[in-house]
Design a protein around this ligand. Structure first.
Ligand code: PEP
Length: 248
């Protein structure tokens, strides 16, 4: 059985003081549910958040990582560095990293392997852009991203990975994919995983939808058969909005 997973991506928002304020408030609102939850914060706030959320069941994730353990890679952060401060999850291949920072299908795959080897759970983002959707190429693009991301990853490791389907045209734009569009693409992702592995493995992998999820549309999205969770950007910055989504 797949456990629903609702995660917040803070992107490059919140100073230390703001992160502390969020954590204090969110802890008073969160009473534990059947839904797994986590906050993906900027690097400087991660150690603070793992301390603040210790014992609460609220997970903490990074938004990026380097695939090498150490080395002359100025400005980068490694898996052991994240692990040491209690980080449980890490985003890989968010469309903003693919678009602005040269993330490729190859680096996505290397990062996933490094995270799994270092015992941090990857959340891999895939999704088509507007032009690709208008050309009717969304399924081809997304299944290609999935095949590249899961390349040479064994069954036992594959089930530790969460997939976030995030159509690029719906991120931070206020445009949400219709629940049917999101459901169809999550179905397509599961079929690709079934092709790569087998039905049992594919059925265990959690697939989130992301793209302008907010309190008003969360339950409709979460009630779709193929959607197991949500990756929430803008609305996760406000503890009151984020808790409403977690408690959809
Ligand atoms: C995201 O950052 O992954 C995201 C989906 O953002 P938003 O919810 O703001 O569209």
């Amino acid at each position: 059985m797949r456990i629903p997973f609702i995660a917040g991506n803070w992107k490059m928002y919140k100073t230390m003081a703001e992160a502390r304020e969020f954590a204090a408030k969110f802890k008073t609102l969160y009473h534990g549910t059947d839904v797994k939850t986590a906050v993906f914060a900027p690097f400087p706030q991660l150690a603070l958040l793992t301390k603040q959320f210790e014992g609460t069941g609220i997970g903490v994730g990074a938004q990026n990582v380097h695939f090498e353990k150490e080395g002359a890679f100025t400005g980068e952060v490694s898996v052991p560095m994240l692990k040491e401060i209690g980080v449980e999850y890490c985003l890989v291949g968010h469309s903003e990293r693919r678009q602005y920072f040269g993330e490729t299908d190859e680096t996505v795959n290397l990062k996933i392997k490094a995270l799994l080897a270092g015992d941090i759970l990857p959340v891999v983002c895939v999704g088509e852009n507007l032009q690709e959707r208008e050309e009717g190429a969304e399924e081809k693009i997304v299944s290609g991203q999935i095949k590249a991301a899961f390349k040479d990853i064994c069954h036992e490791d594959a089930v530790k990975i969460t997939v976030a389907y995030e159509p690029v045209w719906a991120i931070g734009t206020g445009k949400t994919a219709t629940p049917e569009q999101a459901n169809q693409m999550c179905f397509c992702i599961r079929m690709t995983l079934k092709e790569l592995y087998d039905e049992e493995t594919a059925d265990k992998i959690v697939i989130q939808y992301g793209g302008s999820v907010k309190p008003e549309n969360a339950s409709e999205i979460m009630n779709m058969e193929e959607i197991d969770g949500a990756l929430v950007g803008g609305a996760s910055l406000d503890p009151l909005k984020f808790i409403e989504i977690v408690n959809f």
